[in-house]
Design a protein around this ligand. Structure first.
Ligand code: EPZ
Length: 416
C-alpha cells in the first residue's frame, strides 16, 4: 500500500486542469451495455474505479480500450454476472443491473455490501426495477434478477438516490412504453448520463429535475461523448487554495455545478471569480467559520463535507456541519483531531472550533473524501503529515500529488 508524505505550510499558487468526472464516467460506461454499436468516450479520468469498471465490462462481454483519457467500448454478446471480488471493491458496479436486465433480461450481481460511510442499501433500485417487471432473489450474497421484458412504470423514489435514478434511467430507455421517475436525483452526473443516452438515440425529458420522463425505444446506436468535468475534484482544489492561503486558476472547472460550494467558500472569506481561462480562487485573509448542511443537489454536496471541514478547522470562530445523506461520514474527524483540530461530534452533527495551527502527524485514510480532507489538512499543517492507505484516494483523484506539486505543494508518494 502507498502513503503520501506532505510537508505543510506552502501557499499553493498556479493553475491546474480539472479531470473528467468519476461519478459521471462510471454510469456512462455502464450505459454502453445498452448500445448495439461501439461508443467513444472522451475526458475519462485515469482512476482506479474507471479501470475496475472496464474490467467488469470486459467480464460482461464488452470490449474496452482505454488510452489518453479516452475509452472505446463495444458491447458483444453479453454475460449476466458481476462477481463479488470486483463488486466489493466498487459499489457502483450495481449500475450494471438495469442495463443487463434491459438488454438480456437477466443479471447476477453481487450485493455491494456497506462501506466506511454507510450501509448503502440498493432497495430503491430493486423496487423500481420490480415495478418495471423484473423479479429478484437473493442467493449467497448475489442479486439474481430476471425479466421477460421491462415495461414502463410510474416510479417514486423514497429519497433522491443518484445510483437508483441512474439504474432506472438506463433500464427505462429500452423498456416497452413510458416511464416516469418521481423524486429523482438532480445531480449533474445524472444529467450527463441522460445527455449521453440522448446522444445514443434515447427519448428522455426532465433530466436535472425531480421528475424524469422516458419513452422507451427499440435500440440505441453508438455515439462520441465527452464526460463532464469533476465538480468534486474542482471543489477539493478550491478548498486547497483556501486552506493554504494561495491563489489557483482551475481550468475546465464546472463553476455552474458548484454553486452551493463556492457560496460557502465565499462566506468563509475566499474570493472566487469565473474568468475566460477558468475559475480563479484566492484567499488573502483568515477564513471565517460557517455552518453547512449536506443535501441532495443543488444543496451542499456530501462529497465535499470532509474537505470543507478541514478548512473550518483553521477558520476563525465555530462552524457546525450536519451530514444528512450518509450515516457514518465523519471518519475524518478523529484523524483531524490527531493533527490538533478541535471537533465535537454528536450523531449527524459536528461542531468545529477553529484553531490557529494544525500540526503534521501520521493519519489514516478511511474513504475517498476523508482521504482528501487529510491531504488538505496536511498542506496547511506545520511539519510533516503521513497519509496512509491512499488507495482510497486513488479511486477518485488522478495522481493528486502530481497536480498539487505542480502548484507548489511538497508531497511525495512512498510504499508503506
Ligand atoms: C452516489 O452514490 C455517489 N457515487 C457518491 O459519491 C455520493 O456521495 C452519493 O451519490 C450522494 O451524492 C457515485 O456516483 C458512484 P445515493 P450513491 O443512492 O448513488 C440512500 C464519492 O465520494 N439509499 O444517492 O450510492 C443511501 O443510503 C461517492 O464519489 C437508500 O436508502 O448514493 C444514502 O443515504 C461516495 N436506498 C442516500 O440514499 C437505495 O436504494 C443517497 O444515496 C439507494 C440509496
Amino acid at each position: 500500500m502507498d502513503k503520501l508524505i506532505i510537508e505543510g505550510g506552502v501557499p499553493l499558487i498556479g493553475s491546474m486542469t480539472i479531470s473528467g468526472s468519476k461519478n459521471a464516467a462510471l454510469p456512462i460506461l455502464f450505459a454502453s451495455i445498452l448500445l448495439d454499436e461501439a461508443a467513444t468516450l472522451r475526458n475519462v479520468p485515469d482512476l482506479r474505479d474507471i479501470h475496475t469498471t472496464l474490467k467488469l465490462l470486459g467480464m460482461l462481454g464488452c470490449s474496452c480500450e482505454y488510452q489518453d483519457e479516452q475509452v472505446r467500448v463495444r458491447p458483444g454478446s453479453l454475460l449476466p454476472e458481476a462477481p463479488y471480488e470486483l463488486v466489493r471493491t466498487m459499489r457502483a458496479s450495481v449500475l450494471c443491473l438495469g442495463p443487463l436486465l434491459a438488454r438480456i433480461g437477466q443479471a447476477r450481481v453481487a450485493l455491494p455490501g456497506g462501506c466506511a460511510i454507510g450501509a448503502r442499501p440498493v432497495d430503491q433500485h430493486l423496487k423500481g426495477l420490480e415495478q418495471m417487471g423484473a423479479r429478484f432473489e437473493l442467493e449467497q450474497g448475489y442479486i439474481l434478477g430476471h425479466c421477460r421484458e421491462l415495461n414502463g412504470a410510474h416510479i417514486t423514489f423514497d429519497m433522491p438516490t443518484v445510483g437508483g435514478t441512474e439504474n432506472l434511467l438506463m433500464a427505462a430507455v429500452l423498456a416497452e412504453g413510458e416511464t416516469i421517475l418521481e423524486n429523482a436525483a438532480r445531480e449533474p452526473e445524472v444529467v450527463d448520463l441522460a445527455h449521453f443516452l440522448l446522444a445514443c438515440g434515447a427519448h428522455i425529458e426532465g433530466q436535472g429535475t425531480s421528475r424524469i420522463h422516458i419513452a422507451g425505444v427499440s435500440r440505441l446506436h453508438g455515439a462520441e461523448y465527452a464526460v463532464m468535468s469533476d465538480r468534486i475534484e474542482a471543489g477539493t482544489f478550491l478548498a486547497a487554495a483556501g486552506i493554504t492561503c494561495g491563489e489557483l486558476l482551475l481550468r475546465h472547472c464546472p463553476a455552474n455545478e458548484l454553486e452551493a460550494v463556492t457560496l460557502k467558500l465565499q462566506d468563509m472569506g475566499m474570493k472566487i471569480t469565473t474568468t475566460s481561462e477558468g475559475v480563479l480562487v484566492n484567499c488573502a485573509r483568515p477564513l471565517r467559520g460557517v455552518d453547512v448542511t449536506t443535501k441532495p443537489y443543488p444543496g451542499f454536496p456530501t462529497d465535499m463535507q470532509a474537505q470543507i471541514m478541514s478548512l473550518m478547522c483553521l477558520a476563525e470562530g465555530t462552524s457546525v456541519v450536519e451530514e444528512t445523506i450518509f450515516e457514518n461520514r465523519f471518519m475524518h474527524v478523529m484523524e483531524l483531531e490527531r493533527m490538533g483540530a478541535q471537533i465535537r461530534t454528536s450523531g449527524h452533527i459536528a461542531m468545529v472550533r477553529g484553531v490557529r495551527r494544525l500540526a503534521g502527524a501520521p493519519v489514516m485514510a478511511s474513504d475517498l473524501r476523508a482521504s482528501a480532507s487529510l491531504v488538505l489538512a496536511g498542506l496547511a499543517a506545520n511539519g510533516t503529515t503521513e497519509v496512509r492507505r491512499i488507495y482510497h484516494l486513488d479511486r477518485g483523484y488522478e495522481r493528486i500529488e502530481n497536480k498539487l506539486n505542480s502548484v507548489g505543494a511538497r508531497i511525495r508518494r512512498e510504499k508503506e
